[in-house]
Design a protein around this ligand. Structure first.
Ligand code: SAM
Ligand code: SF4
Length: 471
């Protein structure tokens, strides 16, 4: 039958876009496959936020060309930020592509899928319910979906960004802020819940700057409205900007029990001089004040961040301030990047830090960050935590990977649990045995349908379930 393979690079915005493409494809009668070699349509959803993401996308395009050569009926499609930025270059260098859709053209990609649909042979058309339910978004890229993609739904609340950090390509390829009306967001959340989503993630580049264009409702109001939806299990959101973390939002986050206890608040660096050159719109002191507010209102939550090293003009002294800030704040996780010059952004034209310095600083920063990450993970050892299944572990398919509500990876032997059971009861109660930098290992004691269900096999341990937060 007609089938589609979707490979996703980049951030949660791209993941949300891929889920949209998967839904349009499923509605048009495609099966979503995790195997590119058997697909009638191959979609590569690209990222351009750093140079390595861009290189990988071009590499994958060349790789998929072989599928087209083997079967000229296969349609190859590229979408996402790189497609927006490089449309002309792509058309010239990869004439074998059937279509290129920019970040604003996703609807047209959906229409093309419908138009192509009749051209594919149906064979023994099998639209079984289970197949639709276990809709994987396959691939080997950064943000790939999995056999349990339906349990997590990414709901776009905002497109673009108007903040123009001097290193960042996002406003250039996704445009300025464009907020979705509250009613649209609520409708999409309700339909994701109806499809079996246990965790809703509201996504936007600066999600906490959200403002409903008609009513003026802000992000705190939106969180309250989504949290009030019937059948909602868990709610989370990404990414927030320190400038828009207000006292109202802090109070709302602290008051909504459905929220996952994890807050991602990118600081980028610990030097005021560099923050100013980055156009981040806050000082280190202001960031500290926000963290104090956060710790007061959400005392047991994990705080995670993004950091960039070797930004143009960053001195050793600036960098040492970043190390000190990370040590002081003790992030539960941090995504660390060496600055990557992006065409068309101001910082790309400034004097760059000497080659090699970035890699060296990244190593030194990772040593500090990882120490705190391990400490956060060690707090879970000996406890029973409830985590949402992701699928078989990539390294050992006899084990399952899952994520705790504070976004820590857990790996545990699957035993006799199978996909059909886990599709309906995707919460795992895991006794944590060991902590590492990447996450924790443990053993599965039971499974549950919803986060707040009692765990049959671990009723006695109920008092300690997840809620690491409260322990
Ligand atoms: N909107 C989010 C914010 O402001 O925090 C971040 C969006 S961006 C897709 C994710 C992360 O990529 C950023 O927080 C930053 O750390 C990193 N990043 C963005 N542009 C970069 C660049 N040119 N070089 C290195 N890292 C970059
Ligand atoms: Fe990029 Fe800055 Fe906007 Fe985040 S806030 S998307 S880093 S411009």
């Amino acid at each position: 039958m007609a089938s589609i393979y979707i490979e996703t690079f980049g951030c949660q915005m791209n993941e949300a876009d891929s889920q949209y493409v998967a839904r349009r494809a499923t509605a048009a009668g495609y099966a979503v496959t995790a195997n590119a070699a058997e697909a009638s349509v191959v979609v590569l959803n690209t990222c351009t936020v750093r140079d390595n993401a861009e290189k990988r996308a071009y590499g994958r395009m060349a790789h998929f060309k072989a599928l087209k050569t083997a079967d000229p009926n296969v349609k190859l499609v590229v979408c996402g930020c790189l497609a927006e930025q490089d449309r002309d270059r792509m058309q010239a260098s990869a004439p074998y592509l059937d279509a290129i859709f920019g970040t604003r053209d996703l609807g047209r990609l959906g229409d093309a899928l419908v138009a192509w649909r009749d051209g594919f042979d149906d064979g023994d058309d099998d639209h079984s319910e289970q197949r639709l339910m276990l809709e994987p978004i396959g691939g080997q890229a950064d943000c790939v979906g999995d056999a349990f993609a339906h349990v997590r739904a990414f709901v776009n609340v905002q497109r673009g960004c108007s903040y123009y950090c001097t290193y960042c390509i996002v406003p250039h390829v996704r445009g300025r802020f464009d907020n979705r009306p509250v009613a649209d967001v609520l409708r999409e959340c309700a339909s994701a819940i109806a499809r079996g989503a246990r965790e809703l993630m509201l996504v936007g580049q600066t999600v906490n700057a959200y403002k409903d264009p008609a009513t003026g409702a802000d992000f705190a109001d939106l969180l309250e409205l989504v949290a009030g939806l019937d059948g909602l299990d868990r709610l989370t959101f990404l990414t927030s900007h320190p400038k828009d973390y207000t006292a109202k939002l802090a109070a709302t986050m602290g008051a909504l029990p459905q929220l996952n206890p994890r807050f991602h608040l990118p600081v980028q660096c610990g030097s005021d001089r560099v923050l100013r050159r980055m156009n981040r719109k806050y000082t280190v002191g202001q960031y500290r004040d926000k963290i104090a507010l956060f710790r007061k209102t959400c005392p047991h939550w994990a705080l995670t961040t993004d950091l960039i090293v070797a930004f143009p003009g960053e001195t050793d002294d600036d960098f040492v301030q970043t190390l000190a800030l990370c040590d002081e704040i003790a992030f539960a996780q941090a995504f660390m990047f060496v600055y990557s010059p992006r065409r068309g952004t101001p910082a790309a034209h400034w004097e760059q830090v000497a080659p090699g310095v970035g890699t060296d600083r990244l190593k030194r920063l990772a040593a500090v960050v990882d120490r705190n990450v391990r400490a956060w993970h060690r707090r879970k050892v000996g406890r029973i935590v409830r985590a949402l299944v992701q699928g078989p572990s990539r390294k050992d398919r006899s084990k399952l990977a899952a994520k705790t509500t504070d976004n820590v990876t857990l790996i545990a032997p699957a035993g006799s649990l199978d996909e059909a059971q886990l599709g309906v009861r995707p919460w795992l109660d895991v006794r944590v045995n060991e902590a590492f930098t990447w996450g924790c290992t443990g053993e599965i004691l039971g499974i549950a349908t919803r986060y707040d269900d009692l765990a049959p096999q671990a009723v006695d341990a109920r008092a300690t379930i997840d809620l690491i937060a409260t322990l």
